[in-house]
Write a protein that binds this ligand. Structure first.
Ligand SMILES: C[S@@+](CC[C@H](N)C(=O)[O-])C[C@H]1O[C@@H](n2cnc3c(N)ncnc32)[C@H](O)[C@@H]1O
Length: 199
């Protein structure tokens, strides 16, 4: 299924500093590809890469300070060959890298809530359409948020785009945190919502 509506205009995307040739060489098409958007300082994708040695993960972060902490941390994990980092806006880099329904899972843990800019929120953005159009059959989008209304808006957008196979559940307060933000919210006693939207 290719969701209709506002798409990312490929010809208008800005140029980015990314070694496309090296990425293509790294990418093993026999292995499934997972993409993490907004990985922050990289706690989750590094743990994921350790736990899933037979798959590959591309981890994207647009904020320079966080990206540098992430790549600094990656230097302590040179043994991990199944993780690739990208310093970019996912909406800019992904359409230049992913052209077919080949992503087995997208993670977006604690996206910026953008309370005043509805069009920039994931549920309203062309990025969401792009994510759905590049999910492999049986693939899923996993999103976490501490804002229940944000989670519901995203579910409603997914359903409007024809993705009705969705699950929304609160993490157990005692869950082991997967990322820095999850650790912060759980330690404050906030509810962390986990959404899974299947293709
Ligand atoms: C609230 S932080 C969460 C970081 C991390 N996922 C965690 O849970 O600790 C959201 C991060 O997503 C990044 N981000 C948001 N939208 C992005 C996009 N379109 N492309 C790349 N990074 C993005 C922000 O720069 C920020 O670092």
């Amino acid at each position: 299924m290719r969701p209709s509506g506002r798409q990312i205009p490929l010809e208008k995307l800005p140029r980015i500093d990314f070694d496309f040739a090296a990425f293509t060489k790294w990418r093993d098409r026999k292995k499934s590809l997972v993409v993490e958007i907004g990985c922050g300082v990289g706690f989750h994708p590094i743990a994921w890469a350790k736990e899933n040695p037979t798959q590959q993960i591309l981890a994207i972060e647009r904020t320079t300070e966080k990206f540098l902490k992430f790549t600094g941390r990656l230097k302590n994990h040179r043994e991990l060959k199944n993780i690739w980092s990208a310093h970019a806006d996912a909406a800019v880099i992904l359409p230049q890298l992913i052209t077919s329904p080949e992503v087995s899972e997208y993670f977006f843990l604690y996206p910026n809530p953008e309370p005043k800019a509805a069009n920039r929120r994931l549920g309203r953005s062309p990025l969401l359409r792009f994510i759905f159009s590049t999910l492999a059959p049986g693939g899923r989008l996993s999103v976490a948020t501490n804002i229940e209304s944000y989670a519901k808006e995203l579910l409603s957008s997914a359903e409007q785009m024809g993705f009705a196979n969705c699950e929304m559940a609160a993490l157990a307060p005692t869950a082991t945190p997967r990322s820095h933000f999850e650790k912060k919210y759980l330690s404050r006693g906030e509810t962390c919502w986990n959404l899974q939207i299947y293709r």
